[in-house]
Design a protein around this ligand. Sequence first.
Ligand SMILES: [Mn+2]
Length: 343
Amino acid sequence: MTNPEKLASLQKLAEKTDLNDRALNDFLAEKAKREGGRKLPYAGVSTFLKAPQKTIDDKPDIGLFGVPFDLAVTNRPGTRFGPQQVRQLSVMAAGPKNHATGIVPAMLLDYADCGDVPFESVYDLDAATKEIEAFYHKVIDQNIMPLSVGGDHSISYPILKAVGRDRPVCLIHIDAHADTGGSFNGSRFHHGGPFRNAALAGVIDPEKTIQIGIRGRAEPHWDFSYDSGMRVIHIEEFYEMGIDAVIAEARDLVGDLPTYISFDVDSIDPAFTPGTGTPEVGGFIPREVQAMIRGFQGLNLVGADVVEVSPPYDQSGNTALVASTMLWELLCILAHSLHSRKE
Ligand SMILES: [Mn+2]
């Protein structure tokens, strides 16, 4: 048995209820007081990362938006259910504090779950794409930084049309697929083409675009990436270079220019994220994507998205949990970036 003196001192330690992180302690105490106590994580309405529910008229600094949309898939559907599933699982991924970087987004600024993009044209891909764009113009009009949850990857194009409307933005794109394909079956708005569309619309700079994790049988469709000057890092090159060199190259490419980050869950190996429309074996482990996102801290960020969670193929819920974790990491660096600019 431990000697009585040591036991007594351990018991004394256990009486302490305050956190060692004083600032966080006081912030959480104040929050609990304001909200009338700690909320049960498994009760009530689920929101992205347990964020308060607001509307765009409340003008939070960062708005979390769901885009429940899967009209643009080339194969398996289901991502229209992504936002709701991520809301549920993100309860397990939300801070308050990022253990690796120390960022507490809620202490830096105001963020909120602003609900889902409202759709009227759910049977018309082109019209729906225009509706997404019109909604995000309102978001940008309110000076809200968007952090979106899809939905299939086609949604990044209309989002970028709004985010990049005043000047083309740089793009850091983590995906198994370069998503710069041309028309398939008579449409160019499918989820394999958002970044060709965005480059052609002048809202991203292809020479300031880096695509990381690319692999698989769709490779012949990505000529536009190479022809337009995008930097493509296949999964093999990622491991040859090492993660630090990849992060450094991305940072060097975008510098301090406005940068958007798009994260597709199929960049991660389907062992971890099977619940997606076009899984590609041989991908990242989740920790590598976490480390990459943390590596982008300090960039001049203007928004981000997490796409392609398809709950019908996500039997364990783990895809949505991984997506939620990356959503949290993205929120941390977006909050840090916006806060730094406001200071
Ligand atoms: Mn994609």
